[in-house]
Design a protein around this ligand. Structure first.
Ligand code: FAD
Length: 268
């Protein structure tokens, strides 16, 4: 079975890992070229201001932990700090660059760096995990696009914190985040705007700001659970991870991979 996965972010790599197939991952930039590559890396079951426990949080956390282990084994070094986040002991800070690299290695997929603008031919199935790129393929989808920026800083900080925003501690880097910008003209980082919104917290923590990073979250309207759907026979999509990409990518990636393989098995 040959499968094309479009998008090498959290979702595309999770699906690729769980597929028992020959997988080619297409990405216009490369592994972590979208929101996953700039995520702060905070994984915990109770995001948001109210800190309410997310739906299916136990299963989602268990599967995310499993994939962390898989990625760590493939990467050959730790890919996350599992010692907890301040006030959220179940929390994990995932070091995104290492994790994505490890997950890609573990998936055994082939990477092709190219922009896809139509459904690729010559595959038994195609999976779109294109993040904000879904706007080009499904303009009718009821989702919102929210720009997020974070500030990469220099300085020492003991442990990741989630308060009115967050501080995520990575090896040799600290990220202060993040913004939720509904109206934006460019997806590119806007350091001045990011510092306007996040600068006071950077100062409060005594960190030295280096640069802004940005990405676009795809958020389902009226709910926070991701969306999985078929575009046509053997063409699937997984999107709308919102701010819970780390929480749900493993669980939904596995479910989609299983459904796809089952469907192929029944139809062939
Ligand atoms: C600033 C910021 C901080 C965040 N922090 C966290 C956090 O701490 N914890 C958390 O759980 N979530 C966080 N998120 C959310 C998280 O990043 C997303 O939910 C998640 O990364 C979405 O993954 P994805 O695979 O769906 O999309 P993406 O990671 O965006 O991957 C899509 C990929 O598809 C590629 N692509 C798009 N169109 C095409 C095309 N036409 N052809 C080929 N390739 C294409 C892109 O290059 C990209 O690599 C954050 C988001 C932002 C913006």
């Amino acid at each position: 079975m040959r499968v094309a996965v479009i998008g090498a972010g959290l979702c595309g790599l999770a699906v690729s890992y769980f597929l028992d197939a020959e997988v080619t991952v297409f990405d216009r930039i490369g592994v972590g070229g979208g929101a996953s590559g700039v995520a702060a890396g905070l994984l915990h079951p109770c995001p948001g201001k109210e800190g309410k426990r997310s739906l299916y949080a136990d299963e989602a956390m268990e599967q995310a932990r499993e994939l962390l282990k898989v990625a760590e084994d493939a990467y050959g070094a730790p890919v996350a700090d599992c010692s907890g986040i301040e006030g959220k002991e179940e929390g994990i800070t995932v070091w995104m660059d290492r994790y994505l690299e490890g997950l890609f290695l573990a998936s055994g997929a082939e990477l092709s760096v190219e922009l896809i603008d139509t459904i690729p031919e010559g595959f038994d199935a195609v999976v779109f995990t294109v993040g904000a790129g879904i706007a080009s393929f499904c303009p009718w989808l009821k989702v919102d696009y929210l720009k997020g920026q974070l500030i990469e800083c220099e300085g020492s900080f003991e442990r990741s914190v989630i308060d009115e925003g967050y501080v995520a501690v990575h090896p040799e880097k600290v990220f202060v985040g993040s913004t939720y910008e509904r109206r934006f003209e460019s997806e590119e980082p806007d350091y001045e705007r990011a510092m306007e919104l996040l600068g006071p917290r950077v100062d409060r923590y005594g960190l030295k700001p280096l640069r802004a990073l940005s990405g676009v979250r795809v958020c389902r309207q009226g709910h926070y659970l991701p969306m999985v759907f078929k575009l046509e026979e053997n063409v699937w999509a997984l999107t709308a991870m919102g701010s819970r990409g780390l929480l749900y990518h493993a669980m939904y990636g596995k479910k989609l991979a299983n459904a796809l393989m089952m469907s192929h098995h029944i139809l062939s």
